[in-house]
Design a protein around this ligand. Structure first.
Ligand SMILES: [Zn+2]
Length: 218
């Protein structure tokens, strides 16, 4: 995108072309700038282009996808961590069944155009329940961390998994969580440690943590 060599203003619909169109006058500071090479060239289709069709000469506001040189690191995949309260009252109130069903029905709407989106599910009552998933099987294994004073991740991989690759396993797990904890008698809700665990999972990603917990207490 062409910018003024003196004031760095972007080229825009109000600039005036001079010297037969080879230069333009900056509308902010008045300096004369060279029109960039290939300004009249369509580099996508590799053919001559009409500069007056260019978005930046027709609209005052234009969004461009930032190229790599504008990024300090490659774009990170989207990461979603769901923390689900699986304590007695959460199960009894029907919250867990509703939450897991809702997440299941929402998987399709999670942005994942590039198939890089990652997802993790953590259950909690007085302990934390991690679920390990792989793309090879729809089975998941559950790991219980009962030391909530000093939260740690029970394994380094397979807790935060690729939504596309592990879709079958994620769906199967969401379908079973309510049943898995149906017999629980645990009254506690280690929400804080669950959040810490979620944070540890996502710390290197741009991400969101969703926490579902029951407000009903016995
Ligand atoms: Zn200028």
């Amino acid at each position: 995108m062409a910018r003024c060599r003196r004031c760095r203003a972007y080229i825009n619909p109000y600039v005036v072309f001079i010297d037969g169109g080879s230069r333009y006058k900056c509308v902010l500071c008045g300096v004369s700038n060279e029109v960039p090479q290939l300004f009249d060239w369509d580099s996508v289709n590799n053919q001559p282009a009409d500069r007056w069709q260019r978005a930046e000469l027709n609209h005052a506001v234009v969004d461009f996808t930032a190229p790599a040189e504008y990024l300090v690191r490659p774009p990170q995949p989207l990461v979603y961590v769901f923390l689900i309260d699986v304590s007695f009252s959460a199960i009894q109130s029907g919250m867990v069944a509703t939450a897991t069903r809702t997440i299941l029905e929402s998987l399709e709407r999670i942005p994942n155009a590039d198939n890089r989106t990652k997802i993790a599910i953590i259950g909690f009552d007085t302990a934390l329940y991690f679920f390990s998933l792989t793309s090879e099987t729809t089975e998941s294994s559950m790991m219980v961390v009962s030391d909530i004073e000093d939260v740690f991740l029970p394994k380094p991989t397979d807790l935060l998994v690729n939504l596309t690759e592990c879709r079958a396993g994620i769906e199967s797990l969401l379908g079973r969580i309510n049943e898995m904890f149906a017999q629980t008698a645990s009254p506690g809700s280690a929400m804080g440690p669950a959040l810490q665990a979620g944070f540890k999972l996502i710390v290197s990603h741009a991400s969101r943590v969703y926490s579902v917990f029951s407000a009903i207490r016995c």
